[in-house]
Every structure is written in C-alpha cells, then in structure tokens.
Design a protein around this ligand. Sequence first.
Ligand SMILES: [Mg+2]
Length: 212
Amino acid sequence: MQPVALEDLDIRPTAPLLIVDVDEVLAHFMAGFERYVGRHGYEMRIDRFALFQNLYRPGEAEHIDFETGKTLFDDFFFHGADDLDPVEGAAEALATLSQQAGVVILTNAPAHALESRTGWLSKHGFDYPMILHSGLKGPTIAGMAARTSGPAAFIDDLLPNLDSSAQSAPAVATFQIIADQRLRPYAPTIPDKHDLHEDWATLGPALAAAIS
Ligand SMILES: [Mg+2]
C-alpha cells in the first residue's frame, strides 16, 4: 500500500466516504507504545487522557518530562510502530463497508512514520489509501467530503479532531472510539454530538447506517 497525496486521492464523486483514523481506532497504540517504552525502562500508568504524562521511570511518582516523551514518541515511529495490535473487528467491518463506500485512512503521525504506517496497514488488512497528516483534521475532511455527493463519516478517538470536523464539515457524521479500555474512562467525549462506541461490533453497523 502506498501513501497518497491529498490532491491525488481518488474519491468517487457519488459514493459514500469513510475517513478513518489509525491510533486507538484501527490500532492499539497505547498498548504498543507501552511495550516499546517498557523495553527502554519506562512504565505506563494510565490515570489521565494523555500520553507522555502517563509515562514514568519505575518507582518515581512524577511523570517524565515532555522532551523525554517526545524523544520516545519519535523513536517509536522509527523502531516500534510495526508492533501494534489491530483493533478487534476493524478490518472485517471496513472490508464490508468498503463494498459501498470509499475508505480513506487519515492519520496524524510524524513524516518518518510513513513506511512503518503503510506497512502496518497493509499487513493487517487495511489496504486503503492513506494520508499522513498533521494538525486538526476538519479542513482536510471538508475538502475530501466536498468531492462526493454521497454521505460521509469520520471516525477518530480525539475530541479536538471530531469537533474540528463538525465545525469545518458539518454534514460529515462523526464517530468516536477509544480502543484502549484503560484510557477510555478518561477520554473527553460528547456522545450527543459524536456517536460514541467501545468496539467495532457496534461501530460497524452504525457506520453502515450513516452512509446508507
Ligand atoms: Mg487516533
């Protein structure tokens, strides 16, 4: 699978469109990152909706600083990002949905993640065009959705991206899933605005309804 530039993205002009995030939606990012930092002597204690602020040196009460976290994060996308478990049922659900809808993977990750990200997606049955993105996703989603007259939906774990989508592209239905059970209780959500799911067993049918 190859990454695609936004302007080269093939969007069928009347087909439904699904725009799908990766981490905590298709991939168990927290668990994979936890294994990676564990190999480097850090431990994850999930007690807030954050990344670096859940990482500790063993025995310490204060989480690691931002610089240390950022270095681990950047290195993860060089050396550890192949080792992510797929979220249960996601590949099967998208395979079914893709019979009707175009599927685009929209992931925020550093530029050097390109190879590991595309490799991981292919390996786990997510053979869809991928856009490597940075920043709030709403304007990009609006641009994609404007290229089809069909219904569109966006799935992410992060409320700021979902709010951004609702603001830039109000006609695009928004769905939230936070795959990591430990992180889920701390996640900011607005279920009345962004349909909230715990797994793909309910998310798949909800997406099917949204694009039918
Ligand atoms: Mg994510």
